[in-house]
Design a protein around this ligand. Structure first.
Ligand code: GLA
Length: 548
């Protein structure tokens, strides 16, 4: 008897020490309005989100498996359970390479709560009202930053059966571009300007939001300042009909009617897809439906396509990018010619495989040069100052480098920083796609976005992208030659305290007397023949136009 009760206690203790067995199939459930796991898979007002499953096979306190979204599977390795704490790696593919991403999770009463880490390079930024722009005025300290938060994902177990092994992916196709390249469509003689839904709305974009934004752009002067494209990003896509025609999901009941509405406001409508089977957010892509989709969009009256690589990684080898992009480039050209309705073509493959060397040949009017921008100083300044260097040789009328959409007005940076964002993008001859909620814009933000003198730099018809002409610690001078022979010059301060920044005529490659115009102060600053300097606040800019 004694022996048997001791044995029972030992068994219980062993059980208590034993790690939870996570074996089975787990499904991601959306967060409800309270931030807790929702009881339904439906997000109010939206289509069902794409299904994401975790398939896990455990052995004691270790496990492995895979994460699955559509045809996209990512291996899970090095899984460990320690009490309620779970850690594992997800093997992600980026540019043809395997990248290990470390996840952590907690076992809860409801299931599992996973923390997906913030991607590298997305630091925090300052927020607060900056000082009035000018010479010598020191900056007001900004409020503490809210750094981007890791994303939570809620999982519920739908089966405890040992899952089948990860399916072996089909062999990847290699696609070569046509030798002659895709003919230039004659569009985007200056960098496209407009608005895109992603930075602010993500999956919350719908027909009403687009109509309201279009109305607002007419009322608040954005349209008249040159912002004409109203671009719907990811999450509009529904299923295909029996003939394979793409349909919008329930958020967009009638795309043709929406295009007609947007056109009636003197604006143009843009849309989004992927060369892969699925978009980045897991919706239907254009894989094997390229010509058919281009024709559908042309019939709807779409004026602009952003084409995002995403799951194309699953079906094409990385060196297929020029071929895969040319395939849609040709399809858009053909559909545009047939309908008399040309479509601007925006490549989004994060600047991989030297896109500048082949983007125009694939029919691209613009191509992304970086990963996704975030609304903070670290992200914006790293993209704008660091990642564009050397790319100017690929840019010009009809084909532009795209350092990603604007974050101006989204709240993560100061006005001073947003003026730097606008100035730098204009010097870079970058597309200007506002990414904020244009239905309600604060006057200071509207003033930044619609500064005509700055927009004129971006839209200069020579189309010559600016370059960094000098760098001295945090002081950087960038310059761009304009069609009338004048020069746009940005005196930037990337540091934390105000400093003087000087533009030297010899560094600018000019000599003789030049008049200086301050494009943010809208004021003439006299004439000089060797150098112009200004005290520039932290993270700020003085943007000049120098004219003979
Ligand atoms: C990628 C793109 C973003 C946005 C999202 C949508 O991350 O780079 O600009 O289009 O996909 O899913």
């Amino acid at each position: 008897m004694k022996f048997s009760s001791a044995f029972t206690i030992a068994l219980l203790a062993a059980h208590a020490l034993c790690a939870a067995d996570l074996t089975g199939t787990w499904v991601v459930v959306p967060a409800g309005p309270d931030g807790k796991p929702a009881t339904s898979m439906l997000i109010a007002g939206g289509p069902p989100p794409p299904v994401v499953n975790y398939f896990i096979a455990a052995k004691g306190d270790t496990f492995a498996g895979y994460l699955s979204q559509g045809q996209n599977n990512s291996a899970i390795t090095d899984g460990k359970v320690d009490g309620d704490n779970v850690t594992f790696n997800v093997i992600r593919q980026f540019g043809g390479n395997d990248i290990k991403v470390a996840y952590s999770a907690k076992i809860t009463a409801d299931g599992l709560t996973i923390t997906i880490p913030v991607p590298a390079g997305r630091g925090g930024g300052g927020r607060g009202r900056g000082p009035a722009f000018g010479f010598g005025a020191p900056p007001v300290a900004t409020a503490a930053a809210t750094p981007p938060q890791p994303m939570l994902q809620f999982l519920r177990r739908t089966s405890t059966a040992v899952p089948p092994p990860m399916p072996v992916p089909p062999a990847k196709e290699t696609l070569n571009p046509p030798a002659a390249g895709v003919k230039y469509d004659g569009l985007a003689k200056t960098p496209p300007m407009g608005w895109n839904s992603w930075n602010k709305f993500q999956a919350r974009v719908n027909d009403q939001v687009v109509r309201d934004v279009a109305d607002a752009m007419v009322k608040n002067g954005m349209r008249d300042a040159g912002y004409v494209y109203v671009n719907i990003d990811d999450t509009w896509e529904g299923t295909r009909d029996a003939q394979g025609n793409i349909r919008a999901n329930e958020k967009f009941p009638d795309m043709k009617a929406l295009a007609d509405y947007v056109h009636s406001k003197g604006l143009k409508l843009g849309i989004y897809s992927s060369p892969g089977p699925k978009t980045c957010a897991g919706y239907e892509g254009s894989y094997q439906h390229e010509a058919q989709d281009a024709q559908t969009w042309a019939a709807w009256g779409i004026d602009y396509l952003k084409y995002d690589w995403c799951s194309a990684t699953q079906v094409y080898t990385p060196d297929s990018q020029p071929g895969a992009y040319a395939k849609m480039g040709q399809a858009l050209l053909d559909a545009g010619l047939a309908s008399g309705h040309p479509i601007v073509y925006s490549l989004c493959q994060y600047g991989q495989v030297d896109v500048g060397t082949w983007g125009a040949n694939a029919g691209g009017n613009l191509w992304r040069t970086t990963g996704d921008i975030s609304d903070n100083w670290a992200s914006m300044s790293n993209i704008g100052f660091t990642q564009q260097i050397g790319r100017e040789k690929f840019s010009g009328p009809g084909h532009w480098n795209d350092p990603d959409m604007l974050e101006i007005g989204n709240g993560g940076m100061t006005d001073t920083e947003y003026r730097t964002h606008m100035s730098l993008w204009s010097l870079l001859a970058a597309p200007l796609l506002a990414g904020n909620d244009l239905r309600s814009v604060a006057p200071d933000i509207l003033e930044i976005l619609t500064n005509k003198e700055v927009i004129a730099i971006d839209q200069d018809p020579l189309g010559k992208q600016g370059v960094q002409v000098s760098k001295d610690g945090d002081a950087e001078v960038w310059a761009r030659t304009l069609a009338d022979g004048s020069i746009a010059v940005g005196l930037f301060n990337r540091g934390a305290t105000q400093i003087p920044v000087a533009a030297n005529w010899s560094a600018l490659g000019i000599s003789g007397a030049y008049k200086a115009r301050d494009l943010w102060a809208h004021a003439d600053r006299g004439t000089g023949s060797d150098e112009f300097w200004a005290n520039v606040p932290s993270h700020g800019v003085v943007l000049l136009k120098l004219t003979k």
